[in-house]
Design a protein around this ligand. Structure first.
Ligand SMILES: Cc1cc2nc3c(=O)[nH]c(=O)nc-3n(C[C@H](O)[C@H](O)[C@H](O)COP(=O)(O)OP(=O)(O)OC[C@H]3O[C@@H](n4cnc5c(N)ncnc54)[C@H](O)[C@@H]3O)c2cc1C
Length: 455
């Protein structure tokens, strides 16, 4: 175990993704003695990066919103705000075998797959969800069904269903409208006069992770990567200590688990099977991204939703239509993205097969595309891309303070009714620290609705 000592900690954080890292950082700012336990080699979880042409890039595409107050605070706090850029982005929809730009009202007027009546309904329903609706009243209404009823069939088929598919894969039909309310607030909040501005850290989120790890080292946080938790030893319904595969153990006054719920449940299964079953009620779905490093771009669009059936990916995100290819020695980068259920073939399909399958369909969308454009391609997969938010999901969310004394949990399930994301992980970390008795009022809050349930 690297850098561990066996003195008592005030707090051990299990899981070194952004939720765990920020929780540990905030606690260390309060003068607490903290350790972070991460079972993989790198800290960062879903924010991990690799290198393309000498510059780091996220395994999974990431961007921010202009109103991400928590994220902007962290970036300033870590003094990396010179790397933060906000830019206008372009969106498109591939429908009826044609790419349509989809950025503003003019594009909506020109969008042939939606008829005129449904275009008006699209505008009205979007405004209603973004400005008037409340998530609480919409927890047991399916977003897909609601759109079919109120936004018109052609709008639902050409826009909302594909958009829900790209976000939730096979779980799209059971996503409650409540989630859509959170999402519309988020997206409309990042728009000015109809244009959407999104943010990115030049040099990738690795810049933020490195700065965060550095700041934690200065605060004497023990950063324990490659550290495999084997079991939690309980004594009279209290945690006595954590045992690791290398035979070492650690003890703390408090423990915060930030792992996806399904992994967390396995550690308390024997001691509290009923509570573990409640945790396991929250299912996760996976995601796979094929990243293409190319000599040429596919199109001028940053984000293309695939709204025709039968494609092995739901979105094409052309990263270098947002961040200049000059950052990658002129290479063009595109993500082909797809979410999947654990039961789907894609979950077990070998990476090479996924790559071949996805690349084989690109020419249908971009007739000028040639495989010779591809210099390198990479596949990244996770089984825990996001929790499945289904009807009345708020009832499934468990308290940050668990029934086990001094054991706390905070993870992506606490983001609901918002969309999971880096900003919302920071909000969750701040709220978890508050529940554990720390003052985190200095972390600003803007539009985030995360961590309002269970905290
Ligand atoms: C395809 C995709 C696109 C995304 N796009 C965006 C975006 O554009 N903008 C945005 O803001 N967000 C985006 N996100 C979401 C964002 O990445 C997540 O919300 C955030 O990273 C979640 O952080 P976390 O720490 O809660 O979870 P995770 O990152 O999953 O971290 C959990 C950590 O726990 C560790 N762990 C697991 N088991 C154990 C164990 N037994 N012991 C110790 N450690 C363990 C894992 O290795 C991991 O490091 C995207 C995610 C995906 C998958």
């Amino acid at each position: 175990m690297n850098g561990a000592d066996n003195n008592q900690y005030d707090l051990i954080v299990v899981g070194g993704g952004i939720t765990g890292l920020v929780s540990a950082y905030l606690a260390s700012k309060e003068g607490k003695k903290v350790a972070v336990v991460e079972n993989s080699n790198n800290f960062g979880g879903l924010l991990n990066t690799f290198e393309i042409a000498g510059t780091k890039l996220e395994y999974f595409y990431h961007h921010f919103f202009t109103h991400d107050a928590e994220l902007n605070w962290l970036i300033k706090e870590l003094e990396i705000d010179d790397k933060l850029i906000y830019r206008l982005t372009t969106m498109g929809v591939f429908r009826n075998r044609k790419i349509y730009p989809f950025n503003n009202i003019t594009d909506l007027f020109k969008f042939k797959p939606i008829n005129w009546v449904d275009k008006i309904k699209f505008g009205l329903t979007s405004m209603y969800l973004g400005k008037l609706a409340t998530w609480k009243n919409n927890e047991n209404i399916g977003a897909k069904t609601w759109f079919e009823k109120w936004s018109g069939k052609s709008t639902a088929q050409s826009l909302w269903t594909p958009m829900l598919n790209i976000k939730f894969g096979p779980y799209a039909p059971i996503v409650p409208l409540a989630w859509m309310v959170g999402r519309m607030r988020q997206r409309l909040g990042s728009r000015k006069k109809g244009d959407e501005r999104l943010g990115y850290l030049e040099g990738s989120l690795q810049i933020m992770l490195d700065a965060l790890l550095e700041a934690m080292k200065k605060n004497n946080v023990s950063l324990l990567n490659n550290t495999h938790l084997e079991k939690i030893e309980f004594d009279n319904k209290e945690i006595k200590q954590l045992h690791f595969k290398d035979g070492s153990n650690l003890h703390a006054k408090k423990y915060l688990f930030t792992l996806p719920s399904c992994y967390f449940a396995s550690f308390i299964q024997n001691e509290m099977p009923e509570y573990a079953a409640a945790i396991n009620e929250i299912k996760y779905f996976g995601a796979v991204c094929v990243v293409l490093e190319m000599t040429q771009k596919l199109s001028d669009i940053y984000w293309l939703n695939i709204a025709d059936d039968g494609y092995p990916f739901g979105g094409v995100i052309e990263h270098t239509n947002f961040v200049s290819p000059d950052n990658y020695q002129g290479r063009h980068i595109a993500y082909l993205s797809r979410y999947f259920a654990h039961e789907e073939d894609l979950a077990k399909m070998p990476n090479e097969e996924i790559k071949t399958l996805m690349i084989s369909r690109l020419k249908d969308i971009y007739p000028d595309f040639e495989e010779a454009f591809i210099i390198n391609s990479f596949v990244f997969k996770t089984m825990t891309a996001a929790p499945v938010c289904d009807f009345n999901f708020s009832e499934k969310i468990l308290n940050c303070q668990t029934p086990i004394k001094n054991l706390y949990m905070a993870n992506m399930s606490h983001v609901y009714p918002d969309e999971r994301g880096v900003n919302n992980s920071i909000r969750i970390a701040a709220e978890a620290c508050r529940v554990m008795g720390m003052d985190t009022d200095y972390v600003p809050k803007n539009k985030s609705m995360s961590a309002t349930i269970g905290f």
